[in-house]
Ligand binder design. Structure first.
Ligand code: SF4
Ligand code: SF4
Length: 282
C-alpha cells in the first residue's frame, strides 16, 4: 500500500507524521519511507538511518549537430517549455528550461539531435531492519524536481508499505509525488492559513482520484474551522496531535514523536488501520 503524506503548506508537521507512521509500522511490516520533498529532504534528520548508496539523476538534454540541421524550426515548435530556439543559422538550447521530454529529437526530420545527460540531483538509499529510506535530493540551484521524484519512486516495492513524504504546496512536484498513491494523508493545523492550504490540497488529491484523510496538528491553537470544513466535505479526521511543548521540543531535537513518547506508536498504528479500512472499502 502506498500512503502519501502531504500538506498544502510547509511547517504543519508533515515529516513528523510520515516518520512516526513509518517507525510505528516497521515493528510489524516491511516499510519504505520515500522522501520526495527533494528540495529539502529532512525525514532522515529524525530517522537517523545510515545512507550508503547514492545514484545521480540525469535529465536528457538535446544536443544539435548543426552540420545536419536545416534550421527548419520544428524542434522549437514542439517544445512546450521554450527550451530550444531556432535562429536563422543557430539553434540555442536552454538546459535549465528543458524537461528532457525527448519530443524535439524524436521529431527532428534530419536526425540532427542527440541527447546528453545533465545531472539535476541524486537518489540516496539506506535503512535498518524493516525500514528502508529512499530520498531524493535536488542539486543546488536546480528547479527540476519531478525527474528526481520519479527516480525515487522507481524504488517502490509494491509488497511493502510505502510512505511518501511529499513536498509542501500544490504544484507539479506534489502531483508527481502523490500520483499512484492508494491514500493521501493531509496534515494541517487549525488556523485560517491551514484551512486555506488544506482546501487547495484537497482539490488536488480529488482531481487525482485519491482518497484522503486529515491529520490536525497543534490542536489547541486557532479555531474549529478546519474540523467544520472536514465534516462539510466528508473528509475523515484520522488523527489529532495537540499543541504540546514536549512534542515541539522533541522535534527540535530531532527525536521522532513515537520514540520520545512511545504511547503515540499505538495512535499511529490505529491511524494505519483506519487508512487500510478506507482503502479496502473504496
Ligand atoms: S528540428 Fe532538427 S533540423 Fe529542424 S531546426 Fe531543429 S535541430 Fe535543426
Ligand atoms: S527535450 Fe523536450 S523540453 Fe527539452 S528542448 Fe526538447 S522538446 Fe523541449
Amino acid at each position: 500500500m502506498i500512503i502519501s503524506v502531504a500538506s498544502g503548506k510547509g511547517g504543519t508537521g508533515k515529516t513528523l507524521v510520515a516518520t512516526s507512521l513509518a517507525l510505528s509500522l516497521s515493528g510489524n511490516y516491511k516499510v519504505q519511507l520515500l522522501d520526495c520533498d527533494v528540495e529539502e529532504p529532512n525525514a532522515n534528520i529524525l530517522l537517523r538511518l545510515a545512507v550508503d548508496q547514492s545514484q545521480p539523476v540525469y535529465v536528457p538534454i538535446p544536443k544539435v549537430d548543426e552540420t545536419k540541421c536545416t534550421y527548419c524550426g520544428k524542434c522549437a515548435e514542439v517544445c512546450a517549455y521554450n527550451a530550444i530556439v531556432v535562429l536563422k543559422e543557430k539553434v540555442l538550447v536552454f538546459p535549465e528550461l528543458c524537461h528532457g521530454c525527448g519530443a524535439c529529437s524524436y521529431l527532428c526530420p534530419e536526425s540532427a539531435i542527440t541527447e546528453e545527460g545533465r545531472e539535476v540531483g541524486v537518489v540516496e538509499r539506506g535503512g535498518s531492519g524493516n525500514l528502508e529510506l529512499v530520498q531524493g535530493r535536488l542539486a543546488i540551484g536546480e528547479a527540476m524536481a519531478p525527474p528526481v521524484i520519479r527516480e525515487v519512486k522507481k524504488y517502490i516495492e509494491p509488497a511493502n508499505i510505502v510512505i511518501i513524504d511529499v513536498s509542501p504546496g500544490t504544484s507539479c512536484p506534489v502531483v508527481e509525488a502523490v500520483k499512484g498513491s492508494d491514500f493521501c494523508l493531509l496534515v494541517t493545523e487549525p488556523t485560517p492559513f491551514g484551512l486555506n492550504d488544506l482546501s487547495l490540497a484537497v482539490e488536488v488529491v480529488r482531481k487525482l482520484g485519491i482518497p484522503c484523510g486529515v491529520v490536525i496538528n497543534r490542536v489547541g491553537v486557532g479555531s474549529e474551522e478546519v474540523e467544520q470544513y472536514c465534516h462539510r466535505e466528508e473528509i475523515p479526521i484520522l488523527l489529532k496531535i495537540p499543541l504540546d511543548r514536549n512534542i515541539a521540543t522533541l522535534y527540535s531535537r530531532g527525536t521522532p514523536l513515537v520514540e520520545g513518547v512511545p504511547r503515540w506508536r499505538e495512535e499511529f498504528l490505529k491511524l494505519f488501520q483506519d487508512i487500510r479500512s478506507i482503502v479496502v472499502a473504496k
